[in-house]
Design a protein around this ligand. Sequence first.
Ligand code: ARG
Length: 442
Amino acid sequence: MQAINASIGFDAKMWRQDIRGSLAHAAMLAHVGIISADDEAAIRKGLADIAQEIEAGGFEWSEALEDVHMNIEARLTERIGEAGKRLHTARSRNDQVATDFRLWTRDAMDGLAAQMLDCVKALVARAEEHAGTIMPGYTHLQPAQPTTFGHHMLAYAEMLWRDRGRMLDARARLNECPLGSAALCGTGFPIDRHMTAQALGFDGPTRNSLDGVGSRDFAMEFLAAAAICATHLSRLAEEIVIWTNPSFGFVKLSDGLTTGSSIMPQKRNPDAAELVRGKTGRMNGNLMGLLTVVKGLSLTYAKDLQEDKEGVFDSAENLTLCLAATAAMVRDMQPNTARMAAAAGEGFSTATDLADWLVRELKLPFRDAHHVTGRLVAKAEGLGVDLPGLSLEEMREVEPRIDQSVFDVLTPAASVASRRSYGGTAPENVRAMVAEWKGRLA
Ligand code: ARG
């Protein structure tokens, strides 16, 4: 029973939140006259001493005492006697754990949101540096149209900015205090729930005691926001894996962020990127795990809910690592601009520009222009050249009205420069967007 029942093995992590919650509860109990001022002072002193004990590593956690709440309360009574036993008046472990867990999750959200912001800053800095650095843009991982490294970095800045927004939105909904819901139905003692909520930095108390002890959607939202962010990071990680492959050779990571092989002396493995990509799996799993724990659970508290914590702790810890690794890689990446520029011209990447030219200059309907361009691409492919490698004569065999000026639109540089539609890839757009970002981040 003890082995399956105890949560101290993982919930000791919440000791700070538990003490904080107890201090607020005791202060409120004294304020409304449920306990004496002397008792409250003794509790305050006792909890401060326990905090020191834990901090110093001298606290002995007992599995027999089940969880962090019972461990700390038992130690308090051991230290201060009778007053310690009064602390749990008008409180249950059900509202206590719901409160502690919200406090813990809120701290994690704040830390992660700050890290996401740091990542955005790193991306924007690289975008500024490389607003005009041409690279291939892909769909289906096949050459599509030339883009710039800066534009690519800003795409991730957008995603991470939304990830941060999602985390902060979740925080806003989390920020109501269940303390005082007691076991499930509230209490007959004249407690002041607004006072404890305020003391703990919540916007106010939860409005329904059954919901207060029985709901965990704040944790689900945290896990969802973490999983989505991790999923975004995994895409950048995968691109870093691809870009650092010597066949691509688009970017290099320094030795500090790669590992060697014990047998192959030439290796520079992008392990950090691979782990960011890989850890996304457990974060998605943690979300699914909690959704499944709570699915079909009748109101209110049941011990199933003790299974809410490990996934949240795990996602918080691993997303912290992933964000730190990603920010470091973004700052470290050394783009090989020559390789990227050369690749940007491969694969008939300016075919769309050619089709657009036919529409603009020869007034062809786009579908016809698409067809003519397809024939020009086939011709170039047959001759083993890229589009700018075709002679004007060869082009005219397909469409006699083509003139010399078509060559102006067939280079990657002309292609990116032309894409000035709002949100488009043109270096001048990217620079303007970087300026906008700097304003937003200031
Ligand atoms: N360790 C428990 C948890 O994490 C604390 C709440 C226990 N409540 C109870 N009624 N047994 O959920």
